[in-house]
Design a protein around this ligand. Structure first.
Ligand code: 5AD
Ligand code: SF4
Length: 482
């Protein structure tokens, strides 16, 4: 088909209705339009830059967006002085939003120097009505806005923007659609995230995710296994199964499948050496999953198990559906089955109504469980969530004080826990050249701790034996072993 002289309306007329064929059509169409643009501005190549904020879900989405941009003919650049700049945003805490507004101001200056530059915003923050209204009003230089449910449509939205001289905004409130088989470009050739489900049904009272990522939708095990087999054939040795709550995977499929059953299927894929998953809600972590992990040689001995608070009262107000005692029992059960397991967590300090006693219970759980590492957050009020309307919001001063005490404890324990494999030989996936010291490589143990050791870049992507000479608190220095 000759796309060169086609208008956007004609393109919409000729484009297939089914996905992903429709998007492949628009990728070709955009390519033709951009070839014209290149000639007009006298450039051989057009560049793109994606800035990703937030969690692994967003990182994986960005790889898909990158795949689409490369198919259209853009070339990646490290700098925001690019022809297409995309911010994939996060809104889980308020300060993430503020950062985006700050950076947008700087992008506007770049756009003044390069008027054909396109600026696009997507991700969780765009699912909030007030955000889009603010951008429409005060950041009119933005070209394309889309949300979390329609990232697959980037080429179609860009086609519209290239033909029409106004901001294109396309936000979906929710979706049942999962579009498979679009191009992706992985950040690492040897490891990859794999979405197994989207959205969240848990409605923890502080959390905005269910509102911006929609209800839980699981991909079929057939599609997941096919994707992983393809990745393994392509040289990927480690995958991370991604979902907001992987333990409720498959419950709503026509033929329900448990997460443990999926894990067992994935475990059998040839060529794959390591399987990770993220995130597990403590209320749903089943005995079946513990058994499946225990009997697998590929599933890494690491569980990220967000605690959020150690006080049963606060957990109730957070709508977490477990008590402090149940959390501790679960940890005991996991450790009894896999004594070498590494446990990491997320903790929020300063949830509305949290008393000093509640906070001391959190500290107590931290001391009992001895997490390998913990992400600690100050509670951030998110408009639209039930917690935002709760009384007894805690003063900044008290929160800061608790946060500092928690961080000190978490770091002390984490450096002691990290050292427990000192003077042993461990399997390490070599990930990259260490930028800070010449001749050093950086890799990861199965439990996710990093290790630096001397070696040649040809080892990147391979699993090697490394002797852990010395623990440095949260990483090791090691020596390559045959
Ligand atoms: N304030 C602070 N932290 C939050 N998280 C989610 N929502 C909020 C909020 N409103 C944290 C939780 C979650 C992690 C991804 O972010 O600890 O597990
Ligand atoms: Fe947010 Fe809770 Fe869902 Fe995690 S499980 S994404 S904290 S609502």
């Amino acid at each position: 088909m000759d796309y060169t002289n086609m208008t956007y309306d004609e393109a919409c007329h000729y484009a297939p209705m089914e996905e992903p064929a429709r998007q492949y059509f628009f990728m070709e169409y955009c390519k033709a339009l951009l070839d014209k643009l290149k000639k007009a501005v006298g450039k051989d190549t057009l560049t793109f830059h994606i800035a990703t904020f937030g969690c692994q879900m967003n990182s994986r989405d960005s790889e898909k967006l990158q795949g689409i941009l490369e198919s259209i003919g853009y070339v990646e650049t490290d700098s925001e002085e690019a022809d297409f700049v995309l911010y994939n945003t996060c809104t889980v805490r308020e300060n993430a939003n503020q950062r985006v507004y700050g950076r947008l101001g700087q992008l506007n200056n770049l756009k003044r120097k390069n008027p054909h530059m396109m600026i696009s915003l997507c991700g969780c923050m765009m699912q909030e009505e007030e955000v889009v209204a603010k951008i429409r009003k005060s950041y009119r230089f933005v070209d394309i806005i889309f949300g979390t449910h329609n990232i697959f449509k980037l080429a179609e939205l860009m086609a519209e923007r290239l033909e029409r001289d106004k901001m294109v905004v396309d936000i979906w409130e929710g979706t049942d659609t999962i579009v498979e088989d679009l191009p992706t470009d992985r950040k690492y050739p040897f490891k990859s995230g794999v979405n197994i489900m989207f959205g969240c049904n848990n409605f923890c009272s502080y959390c905005i995710v269910p509102y911006v990522r929609g209800r839980e939708r699981s991909r079929s095990p057939k599609d997941i296994v096919a994707e992983i087999k393809k990745l393994a054939d392509d040289g990927v040795v480690e995958i991370m199964l991604l979902g907001q709550n992987v333990n409720s995977y498959g419950k709503n499929l026509e033929e329900p499948v448990s997460f443990a059953q999926l894990l067992t299927q994935v475990d059998q894929i040839e060529g794959l050496e390591r399987v990770r998953f993220m995130t597990s809600h403590p209320k749903d972590l089943s005995d079946e999953l513990i058994e499946a992990m225990k009997h697998s040689s590929k599933v890494c001995r690491h569980i990220h198990l967000p605690l959020q608070s150690g006080s049963s009262n606060v957990l109730k107000a957070m709508n977490r559906s477990y008590t402090k005692e149940q959390y501790l029992e679960l940890v005991d059960k996991i450790r009894a089955a896999m004594p070498d397991i590494s446990l990491t967590t997320d903790i929020i300090v300063g949830f509305p109504g949290e008393t000093e006693e509640d906070f001391l219970e959190t500290l107590e759980v931290v001391k009992k469980v001895r997490f390998d590492s913990a992400f600690t957050f100050i509670y951030s009020k998110r408009t639209g969530t039930p917690a935002a309307k709760m009384e007894c919001q805690i003063s900044d001063e008290a929160v800061k004080n608790r946060f500092d005490r928690l961080l000190t404890e978490v770091q002390k324990i984490s450096s002691e826990m990290c050292g427990r494999d000192e003077h042993t030989v461990q399997k390490v996936l070599v990930e990259e050249i260490n930028d800070h010291a010449e001749g050093l490589l950086t890799g990861r143990l199965g439990n996710n701790t990093t290790v630096h050791f001397k070696g040649d870049s040809s080892l990147i992507g391979k699993i090697v034996n490394v002797y852990l000479d010395e623990s440095k608190g949260f990483y090791y220095m090691g020596t390559l072993r045959p």
